[in-house]
Ligand binder design. Structure first.
Ligand code: SF4
Length: 474
């Protein structure tokens, strides 16, 4: 039963937040869109079947995974009917109080709870935090960008993903149990807390943030802490807590984390069980593909799926003997489980078809690159952004193409300069991109110093003039 629907008025389609949500509808070039928040990216096959039922008759036949491991349905002709909203609430894909649904921005490692190397299983914390945020109507005024990241020390880490509040598992000298290091904007000094205190600590931060906001203000936590001073803000947080934060304790983070899309096979902590990472073309699943993936999750796994902030998908709990069969069936759906699949590192925002700010048709141009790029023998990340806002991806990629006037692109390379890397060329026509990128790739594959040297490590060693010569085939 819906406790509260579409705030503030179901006939008004202007969202109360600039970020898309579920109980308000956001207008885009291709119709209305809704965003369904999936805390921790954790999904069950039952939830997926409800999703299929929601998106099949109303959307454009596809479901997108976002760069916060949430889901988006585009191309809606009208807002979601109450009956479907109620179904989403019943399977916990929506908050019981609609006015706080936009706050369920909880990110976790896609290997949470199944990684043999993790320091702690963060899934119970994700659920407890979701329950807290979903049941606090008083927090409704917080902006939809308020976000929490929880990293349990897994091999696939979300520590580099942007979140307002980050909890990272660390080992503390002299302590058997792992602690969390709490990171907040504008706060360099590390704060430690016990894992059992994490929900209370985030709850106190959210409440202090709420009390510090001017009525109607959508200021980010970073701005609020800057205005108040981080120590004064922390004192407000501490006043709500029955335990003290720990400062200055010596702690160690796991040293061997990965920050790339988890594609392929991963042995789990659960003996004899494996997770399978699946690359999705531009983060998109057709509804019919989702139906088949859910059947695989039920037939070969435990009915659980994970969404990742790299816009990919993971099936878990597969027996070793079943892996080849599952991989083959995934390939037959037109998806890939290969780390070197172009789709594992190709990202594009919605472009002109979905966004009025876009200068280029990023989706079409990215698909053309996927079709015409020579075979990859190591992972490569390419990001198409219709404007410099970079909605689809935070941080640099191996190659970044930013939309420019007259449907052209500026090309950036490597990770030496922020936000996109060094500018390698300007005003490139989409038609010229495949050949130019193939030229760069050919030089990399021929001249890299060893087979495991990444594209980024290789290009960051050379001058722009040299890279420009290679781009031009000289
Ligand atoms: S990056 Fe720019 S063009 Fe792309 S979706 Fe965001 S605002 Fe639109």
């Amino acid at each position: 039963m819906i406790l509260s629907v579409r705030s503030p008025d179901p006939t008004v389609l202007t969202p109360p937040n600039p970020c898309p949500g579920l109980f308000y509808t956001t207008a885009a070039q291709d119709g209305y869109l809704i965003r369904i928040r999936v805390p921790g990216g954790l999904l069950t096959s039952q939830q997926c079947r409800v999703l299929v039922g929601v998106s099949d008759p109303l959307g454009n036949g596809a479901i997108d995974v976002t760069n916060r491991a949430n889901l988006q349905i585009r191309g809606l002709a009208e807002p979601l009917p109450d009956l479907l909203l109620s179904q989403l609430q019943q399977v916990k894909l929506a908050a019981p109080f609609s006015q706080v649904d936009h706050l369920r921005n909880i990110m976790a490692s896609p290997l949470a709870g199944i990684d043999p190397a993790q320091l702690m299983d963060t899934r119970p914390l994700v659920r407890d935090l979701d329950q807290y945020l979903s049941s606090q109507p008083a927090l409704a005024g917080l902006p939809a960008k308020f976000s929490v990241g929880i990293d349990g020390g897994e091999q696939v880490s979300i520590r580099q993903q942007p979140n307002d509040v980050r909890l990272s598992a660390v080992q503390v000298d002299g302590e058997a149990e792992a602690y969390f290091q709490l990171s907040l904007p504008n706060r360099a000094e590390p704060i430690l807390l016990k894992s059992s205190h994490a929900v209370a600590a985030v709850a106190a931060i959210a409440q202090a943030y709420r009390k510090s906001l001017e009525p109607g203000s959508k200021s980010r936590l970073k701005q609020v802490m800057q205005t108040l001073g981080s120590q004064a803000f922390l004192e407000r947080v501490q006043a709500d807590l029955s335990f003290p934060f720990l400062y200055n304790a010596a702690s160690r983070s796991p040293s061997s984390a990965n920050f790339v899309a988890p594609i392929g096979i991963f042995p789990q902590a659960q003996v004899g069980r494996f997770a399978l990472g699946i690359a999705l073309p531009l983060g998109r699943l057709q509804v019919v593909q989702l139906q088949q993936i859910v059947n695989l999750a039920d037939g070969y796994g435990s009915g659980s799926l994970r969404l990742t902030p790299w816009r990919s998908l993971i099936l878990t709990d597969i027996a070793k003997a079943d892996l080849p069969r599952v991989q083959q069936q995934v390939e037959e759906l037109g998806l890939s489980t290969a780390k070197t699949s172009i789709w594992s590192g190709l990202i594009a925002c919605s472009g002109t078809t979905g966004c009025a700010s876009s200068l280029t048709d990023t989706q079409t141009d990215a698909k053309a690159i996927a079709a015409e790029l020579d075979r990859l023998d190591s992972p490569l990340t390419i990001h198409f952004s219709g404007c410099p806002k970079s909605c689809a991806h935070h941080g640099s990629s191996d190659l970044t193409l930013v939309g420019a006037a007259s449907n052209h692109y500026h090309l950036y390379i490597g990770g030496l300069e922020s936000p996109f890397g060094r500018q390698l060329a300007i005003n490139l026509s989409p038609a010229d991109l495949p050949a130019k990128i193939n030229q760069l790739l050919a030089v990399y594959q021929k001249q890299r110093s060893h087979s495991s040297q990444s594209f980024r490590e290789f290009v960051d060693r050379y001058s722009l003039a040299q890279l420009q010569a290679w781009l031009e085939g000289r």
